[in-house]
Design a protein. Sequence first.
Length: 357
Amino acid sequence: MDPFEYNANPGRVVFGKGSIQKLPDEIRRLGFKSPLILSTPQQVSQAEDLAKILTAASIEPAGTYTNATMHTPSHITEEAMAYIQSKAADCVVSIGGGSTTGLGKAISVRTGLHHICIPTTYAGSEMTPILGETQDGRKATRTDPKILPGTVIYDVDLTMTLPASLSATSGVNAIAHAVEALYAKNKNPIISLLALEGTKALAESLPEIIQNPQSQPAREKAQYGAWLCGVCLGSSSMALHHKLCHTLGGSFNLPHAETHTIVLPHALSYNAPAIPDAMEKLAAALPGSEGDAIKGLNILLEKLQVKRALKDFGMKEEDIDKAAEIAVSNQYPNPRKVEKEPIRELIRRAWAGEPAR
Ligand code: NAD
């Protein structure tokens, strides 16, 4: 066995249908009295439901801030900080996807307040000590153990309203975390176990969600998979796939989960010659792969009926060169050397929507 290092990220997880009702107990267990609730404008009703659960248990929320925004822009964080300072909150409760989790992290790391995170997508941010914040159009990412939410409550009921198409791309975004954990510079057998289990759970459940978005067992399995994949993201150094998506999202304003979904088979195909062991294990976790992980991924994406071309999201053909330039300008550990020409071809295929080979 290769030598390895393993660090467990601390954090409490409460998982299960209806577990949102345990929020008052979680707050009391920690000795808090005045939580500040966070959501996006689209999830105000879920934030209001939380406030009702708390009030019914004699916990008065300090306030509710419902302006969380994609990519954690600094002006929103400043507005939320001004709001929280006027409210004397003693902890923050975020309910939503990665955008709201990001705001909860931004507040928690600035104030030291305990962050109880209630995820409603499959992005996995709740399991990571990573925070991406945007200022003047530039997104900077930092990692700090203090960023990791202290408590996470997974309740499948909150994911039932996640549109099927968003479930698909958010779920593939989660699989991407697991895929890169399998060949990370700091990979280890514990995280690899979680990566394969998480991939399998999502690859089995996401097509069921597309067929029947109201299937609670499928939604619960997807949430379980997303949790494990989130742990992978929080514990592993990410490589080509995540760096490419970061470049494409940041430089060409492409949507986060959709970009991950399009790029993943291409990035995996690029690295495949350098990672035979990971490819074999991954194939075993993907239904229908017949030993070929790329085939398994292509089958999954077909079943999910997702868009396969970056040009469908507004990327221009002339941006391909620029993207390739940026992608090779920052060197980082990757199993296969990151070289301009093959990377340009990877991006071109993803742009055109040609299947990965
Ligand atoms: P999101 O949080 O932006 O949500 C997308 C939209 O769906 C929002 O309008 C949201 O209100 C809505 N929504 C969320 N859950 C819903 C539900 N159950 N029902 C109905 N509507 C719902 O999307 P996301 O993909 O979860 O997060 C993307 C953001 O998270 C990006 O900024 C990304 O960079 C970040 N992210 C960070 C990490 C990390 O570790 N730091 C990890 C993954 C993603």
